[in-house]
Design a protein around this ligand. Structure first.
Ligand SMILES: C[S@@+](CC[C@H](N)C(=O)[O-])C[C@H]1O[C@@H](n2cnc3c(N)ncnc32)[C@H](O)[C@@H]1O
Length: 273
């Protein structure tokens, strides 16, 4: 399994409960190969994983939408965008820049333009950049971003990606965000905190990826405590919720034993200077 194939799985999870995720377009990415992995994953790792992904997507969808309506955000830069469909779920005046590994971006770009031309998706202002966050990417992304007006207010999203990076790559990408953002811009990020390491579901998750020979930059997966975010000097954490907190707000009934849930933390940061 290649890391981008986890993006197909994430999309399929969102399609499994559209009322919860509010993502009515993710089903376009569904395919038989992913269905086999998704079924195995739900069975072997945690049956709650479809809902945890729906709730995560919904959190960022609602936050970006709210910030857009409050005129605080009009550009979304999605780092490790995978096959997420935010551009089509948000107001059409928002500009979207989607960044992922070149092979993911090339594939997504072709599919999206085909679906737009066939009327399956509405037209949106989307730009694609291929880059690898485990290599030297800063100069290249900066040069690509120069083509866009800097006046826009950005929301950077890092959803489902940190897990695959190591600590120094994680620090490096946040330093890069600081470089490209202005005061009043936002970051939305997702990570597991260290307490997940003791959960059996997390061991099962690691075993699942190991058994599928998932290639990442490092064998073990990154977890980050709140301090990682709180200690970012130019940013303040304005919201921190997890799957359980946000499920309450959405009236999402949790069916699985809490110890079998891969609980992720959702963070919203605002740049202060
Ligand atoms: C689990 S998927 C999440 C996709 C999307 N953000 C979502 O939530 O639906 C992880 C994504 O991160 C991307 N990714 C992982 N490591 C990366 C790297 N080193 N450079 C660029 N993208 C990376 C993968 O290609 C994949 O699309």
């Amino acid at each position: 399994m290649k890391v981008h194939e986890t993006a197909f799985m994430t999309s399929m999870f969102r399609a499994m409960d559209e009322t919860l995720s509010k993502d009515v377009f993710s089903k376009l990415w569904n395919n038989q190969k992913t269905k086999v992995w998704v079924d195995a994953y739900l069975n072997e790792v945690s049956s709650e994983e479809a809902k945890t992904h729906c709730v995560r997507n919904r959190f960022f969808l609602e936050r970006i939408s709210q910030l857009y309506h409050e005129k605080q955000v009009d550009r979304v830069i999605n780092f490790g965008s995978g096959f997420s469909m935010y551009p089509f779920l948000l107001n059409k005046s928002i500009q979207h820049i989607e960044i992922d590994k070149p092979e993911v971006i090339d594939y997504k770009k072709d599919k999206i333009s085909d679906w737009i031309s066939k009327g399956k998706l509405p037209l949106r202002d989307i730009h694609f950049i291929g880059a690898d966050f485990s290599k030297d990417y800063e100069e290249y992304i900066l040069s690509e971003l120069k083509a866009f007006k800097s006046k826009r207010h950005t929301f950077i999203l890092l959803e489902g990606v940190l897990f695959f990076l190591n600590k120094s790559q994680a620090n490096r990408i946040f330093d890069f965000f600081n470089k490209i953002q202005k005061k009043g811009d936002f970051i939305g990020s997702v990570s597991f905190d260290d307490s997940i390491q003791k959960k059996k579901a997390f061991a099962r998750l690691q075993n699942f990826f190991l058994s599928k020979n998932l290639t990442t930059t490092k064998g073990d997966y990154l977890t980050l405590n709140n301090d990682f975010y709180k200690n970012r000097t130019s940013y303040s954490v304005i919201e921190n919720k997890d799957y359980f907190d946000y499920s309450k707000e959405l009236d999402n009934t949790i069916n699985t034993n809490a110890t079998d849930i891969l609980n992720e933390n959702f963070y919203l940061l605002e740049k202060q200077n």
